[in-house]
Design a protein around this ligand. Sequence first.
Ligand code: GLU
Length: 504
Amino acid sequence: MTLKPVRVRFAPSPTGYLHVGGARAMLFNYLYAKKQGGKLILRIEDTDQERSKPEYETMLIADVDSLGMKPDESPQIGGPFPPYRQSERLAIYGKYAKELLDRDMAYYCFCPDEILTQKRELAMKLGRPPVYDGTCSKIPVSESKGRWAKGERAGIRFRAFSKEYLLKDQVKGDVRFPPDVVGDFFITRTPRPNEKEIADGIGMPVYNFCCVIDDHEMGMTHVIRGDDHLSNTARQLQIYDAFKWELPVFAHTAMVLGSDRQKLSKRNGDSSVMEYLGNGYLPEALLNFLALLGWNPGSDIKPSSGHPEIFTMEEMISYFGMDGLHKAPAVFDVQKLLWMNGQYIRSMPLAEIAKRARPFFEKAGWSELMQTKGDAWFTGIVETIRGECGTLGDLPAAAALFKGAPSIEEAAKSMLVDPVNLAVCAALETEVAAFPEVISAEQVDLMQKAVGTKTGAKGKGLFMTIRAAVTGKTHGPELKKVIPLLGKKALLERMAAIKSQINA
Ligand code: GLU
């Protein structure tokens, strides 16, 4: 075990939006860093110039910001080990590639791609591991350099050690990599026509090489990442070995499956963080949900929410430990996320939810009304309906009654056409006509009682009929909250609109 101050990293490749899997990887690192009083480093792995785009980096950083997980060091923030963008560290990789060449631990490979593909396919067909056959491994470096000087381009392969590696993984336990799983692998690519050399005779470095160099140079003590990287780890262990560098502690977390237990994809829950936030999921809820995908905080915890699965960030940090990380894959249950988000919407301070809800209402065309009616009215609406909503994006539809004439639901219609309930409707109209312009919750209570006394109606026949006549629905928030927010004028308009739809 390492006694150095903890340094962990989130190292995304800017090749697309930040997805839930990436956010979870960052979260585990964030929680571990905070728990251990360590540092979280955000490193941009952009050596694949064809797939990496600066716009993706910008979006990625924006998503990380919206999730509220602030790294301690990053390309934007800086830190003691700059640069934090791999495309700006090429000279460092060049230096180490040269060192391996000089020590004959690496060699130039001139094999054309098509031949390599053919050989790989043949090996697979024959049931052999698709490792490189070593064609170029015997070419002396002096000869390779000469060929390079004459314009022939080549990638550099690491001369893999033929020995077993034993990884003591914090999640997986002992993972053995037998000697034949890794053949000589590329550490730099054959430069493409428009690509520059990064050092004399050395092309663009590849992920497995840069990752080890950076993790070493940046002083990483732990590498927490998905177990889809285990095959990379097999190669990375060899690089550590070649340089005789101390290994970080590895923790390979189990993968996340979609709700149908298949690989996570768009169809079964995988979306970008931006999409989830844009649809009105709260960052707090998303992080809480992601933390529980593959991590169990244990049973003796007492979150302040009173619910065993709902934690504040501070609580997650205090409960977090590698021993709670699962070996088995986790299932991304979208319904659970929706439920959890609803819990957050209900329990977050009202003013905060109202503030976050505002853009969703503005988008839904509420700006003018919000302006006219004022903040207290808007906050009152959010308070009244938030219990019904799973996402902030659901709020405007749930508040539709306050904006314009409601449409009537079938169940409400059946209630209102039922002759038994006609007397209730008539009495309701009389009571409402007597309301003052500004209606209080007590007056709503009194009104319901009066309608009951006058008609003899009780329970569902009374309350649901009144609700149907006022809102066009049989279920919804308490009328003593809804009616005062509507005010007499709007209430009369809504009731008339509903009535006209029944008679239509
Ligand atoms: N750039 C790699 C990725 O995005 C990082 C893997 C790692 O954490 O080492 O998958």
